[in-house]
Design a protein around this ligand. Structure first.
Ligand SMILES: Cc1cc2nc3c(=O)[nH]c(=O)nc-3n(C[C@H](O)[C@H](O)[C@H](O)COP(=O)(O)OP(=O)(O)OC[C@H]3O[C@@H](n4cnc5c(N)ncnc54)[C@H](O)[C@@H]3O)c2cc1C
Length: 301
């Protein structure tokens, strides 16, 4: 790993033994052996090449707002784009944004440019890369409804993929099937609008989130995907798990599909609560709740 650290330093900022707690909104996880912020696309391609040559595992992380990292240390490389891949451009109603941009910051910039379409994303604490990977959404809108093309590094090539090739569906995209593909940037189609109206809608949504989500505590957003028939929160409510806690992890009183890190929760506190909920819902309703939050660095997936 020492040799790999030296090689990677040519291509960007490198940090060693960084706690994944500091890289995730849930504030849970062991240490990552190496973290690298590649300077640009060329550096990123070289970073991948060096990591592969060293036979080391790697993981791309955005803002870590959808991740449940295990308590174990990660003896691999975390690649982050949120310091260097942060350029964006507006060309009339088209927005080009690099993968490391904060989607919240981008939504505010779009508003300042009187462009409508990103209001739904103004409270999602992810990067452009992460929200594309997840097809993140809210208020009946999602990334697929504004993305026209995605600029991707795949199989050693750079290419633009049309939205129709991205297999976007509810919190799903083709990128979840190809974990080695890297989203570098997206091209989004927005609509000309009125800055004050866009601001008012964003303010209204922020207030709604603040009153309905436990934003004062670390979390990874909604833990479970909504099954077809009913929202996941309704099942959790029906099994009586509002406020239920294991160790430092607790089902939020405010929004039962959020599990918050109330008091130095470990990953095993969190996953024990997840498993209990899944078992009870299965037992009482025959429904399998699937996690929306992604487990990272677990021995068994
Ligand atoms: C308070 C709170 C509220 C939330 N509200 C919502 C909501 O309203 N709607 C919603 O959909 N989600 C919501 N989320 C969940 C989360 O913000 C989204 O899933 C978001 O898309 C994750 O983005 P990220 O950059 O943090 O990705 P990360 O969590 O860092 O990574 C998620 C996955 O994306 C992959 N990835 C990241 N960047 C790239 C890239 N450039 N190329 C390829 N793969 C990449 C990672 O490898 C990982 O597999 C919320 C989370 C929190 C904490």
């Amino acid at each position: 790993m020492e040799k790999l650290v030296r090689e990677l330093q040519q291509y960007g900022q490198v940090q060693e033994n960084v706690s994944l707690r500091t890289m995730t909104t849930l504030r849970i996880g062991g240490n990552a052996r190496i973290v690298v912020y590649p300077k640009n696309i060329l550096a990123l391609t070289q970073v991948i090449r060096e990591i592969k040559e060293a036979n080391a595992p790697y993981k791309l992380i955005g803002k870590g707002s959808n991740l449940l990292c295990s308590d174990d240390d990660y003896n691999g490389v975390v690649i982050r784009l949120d310091r260097t891949f942060t350029e964006y451009y507006f060309d009339h109603d088209i927005c080009y944004a690099e993968a490391g941009c904060s989607i919240i910051a981008l939504a505010y910039s779009a508003m300042k440019n009187s462009l409508s379409g990103l209001e739904f994303a103004s409270g999602i604490p992810g990067t452009v890369g992460g929200v594309t990977f997840m097809n993140a959404g809210a208020y009946k809108s999602n990334m697929a409804s504004i993305i026209q093309e995605v600029f991707v590094y795949r199989d050693g090539q750079l290419c633009w993929m049309d939205v129709n090739e991205c297999e976007f569906a509810y919190r799903t995209s083709i990128f979840q099937k190809h974990l080695d593909w890297i989203v570098l940037a997206v091209k989004m189609k927005l609509e000309q609008g009125n800055e004050e109206e866009i601001r008012a809608l964003m303010d209204q949504r922020r207030e709604r989130r603040m009153s309905s989500q436990p934003l004062e505590m670390p979390s990874a957003g909604s833990v479970f995907r909504n099954p077809d028939d009913r929202a996941a929160w309704q099942y959790i409510e029906d099994i009586g798990y509002r406020g239920k806690s294991i160790g430092g992890a607790a089902v939020s009183e405010k929004h039962v599909n959020f599990i918050v890190n109330k008091d130095n929760a470990t990953a095993s506190d969190f996953i024990s609560l997840v498993s209990e909920i899944q078992d009870k819902v299965k037992e009482q309703f025959g429904v399998e709740l699937k996690m929306e939050v992604e487990k990272f660095n677990w021995q068994t997936k």
